[in-house]
Ligand binder design. Structure first.
Ligand code: SAH
Ligand code: SF4
Length: 421
């Protein structure tokens, strides 16, 4: 178990950066330099990386190939684990497992592990859904993380330690993680420097060694971030949370749309697909009577006609404090048929983990304390008014969410990354 500060304080990146850096954010080069500075050979770096990523060692003390004084120095310079596992919840006959992780400042985030057995033509999959931020500034009203608001960016090590934690768990069952999706809490493209560092570690054969096509990063549509990814070339599958093809509705469902409208998001995604040759995945959370109308299906079909794209239609997971529920299955099937008639590849996904609230952020929201009935009533009322106006085609006059500032994800420095110890 890592040594974490047990008291809950305000989420603060500055406070967390004052703690020793997490070992998982170290690269072969930074670790070799750390040993080099102590007059040690560079193969020591490999011994540490193997222990951190492969053997599941619980701490430097278990690296028996390292001399004891070095183990002690390593233990003082780095945090071996930056996430403390503070609870597991199972559902779907134990095939879905939600983990709560307590971070060094007491903030709680989550990851979700999903087991898909082998079937005709495909092997078994163990997919881990990880968080990139504590909370989220985007504020999509059907998403429990959005309701939490923004806490802070996660460190590279905090992103990666969710993976190490799940990898250790599945290893005890004789399994391994096959897919990683950045679809937990937070908007990955608003913490892009660290997300890219994490993806590099996941890809690196000396560290986690997972192929790029087994990693998916999902964005609500941070256009400068998508441009930046396009310039870097294929790194992973890009998923875009579309939810609606018409601006008035998307303004309400994805408030970021007021800054980067749907046409710009899809144009950026199209350029990404053209430049990388990799198909874009569009995610559509199906909300009954809100974004599942024939008009919306037709608008989406026109928007995506002829694109290198795949659409996933996902029934909305119930989230407390919204007036909405999932679209009925026949409505989703009709929506899918409209998209397919336009030549848009479409899959209907069945959501996992409903009974444990595995919808993004839901469980951590439970722990954040419930809002008062008056606040909930006001929120519902506002959403009903807003979505009704959107369905009439009126664009939102609400401001762009705060915390989604200029230049985000566009290469601007997003703050210090973890030090090298
Ligand atoms: N912020 C990023 C990634 C995290 S959210 C994004 O929005 O893409 C990951 C996915 O969960 C998104 O597609 C989001 O729309 C979806 N999601 C959020 N709340 C949901 C709910 N209540 N039911 C179903 N899907 C939900
Ligand atoms: Fe943030 Fe994604 Fe949830 Fe929207 S759906 S609030 S972008 S985590």
């Amino acid at each position: 178990m890592p040594s974490v500060v047990p008291t809950i304080i305000q989420p603060s990146l500055a406070a967390i950066l004052a703690l020793p850096p997490g070992i998982s954010a170290e690269t072969p080069e930074t670790l070799a330099a750390w040993f080099g500075a102590r007059g040690e050979p560079s193969f020591r770096a490999r011994q540490v990386l193997d222990a951190a990523w492969r053997t599941g060692a619980a701490g430097p003390d278990e690296i028996t190939t390292l001399p004891a004084p070095l183990r002690a120095e390593l233990a003082a310079a780095f945090r071996w684990d930056t996430v403390a596992d503070s609870g597991l919840q199972l559902s779907d006959g134990n095939a879905t497992e939600k983990a709560l992780h307590r971070l060094g400042d007491g903030v709680v985030i989550e990851s979700v592990l999903m087991h898909f057995p082998a079937g005709p033509g495909h092997r078994e999959r163990n997919t881990l859904c990880i968080s990139s931020q504590a909370g989220c500034a985007v504020g999509c009203p059907f998403c429990a993380t959005g309701e939490l608001g923004f806490g802070r960016d996660l460190l590279t090590s905090e992103i990666l330690d969710q993976v190490r934690s799940a990898a250790r768990r599945v290893a005890t069952r004789g399994r391994r993680l096959t897919n990683i999706v950045f679809m937990g809490m937070g908007e990955p493209l608003l913490n892009l420097d660290r997300v890219l560092e994490a993806v590099e570690a996941l890809n690196d054969p000396k560290r986690f060694g997972l192929g790029a096509r087994h990693i998916t990063v999902s964005t609500s549509g941070v256009v400068p971030g998508i441009w930046r990814l396009t310039a870097l070339g294929p790194q992973f599958t890009l998923a875009v949370s579309l939810h609606a093809a018409r601006d008035p509705l998307r303004d309400v469902l994805v408030p970021l749309n007021r800054r980067w409208p749907v046409s710009e998001v899809v144009e950026a995604a199209r350029e990404h697909a053209d430049a990388t040759g990799r198909r874009i995945t569009y995610e559509v959370t199906m909300i009954g009577g809100v974004n599942d109308t024939d008009l919306d299906a037709q608008a989406m079909a026109e928007l995506l006609r002829g694109d290198l794209a795949h659409v996933n239609l996902i029934p909305m997971n119930p989230v407390a404090h919204t007036p909405w529920t999932a679209s009925p299955m026949p409505v989703i099937e009709r929506f899918a048929a409209t998209l397919r008639r336009a030549g848009v590849e479409t899959t209907i996904r069945h959501n996992r983990g409903q009974e444990i609230g595995a919808a993004c952020g839901q469980l951590a929201a439970d722990h954040a304390g419930a809002p008062t009935p008056a606040v909930v009533a006001h929120r519902r009322e506002r959403l009903i008014v807003q979505s009704a106006a959107a369905l009439r085609g009126e664009r939102s006059r609400e401001p762009v969410p705060t915390g989604v500032g200029a230049g985000v994800g566009a290469g601007a420095a997003t703050g210090a990354s973890e030090g090298g110890g």
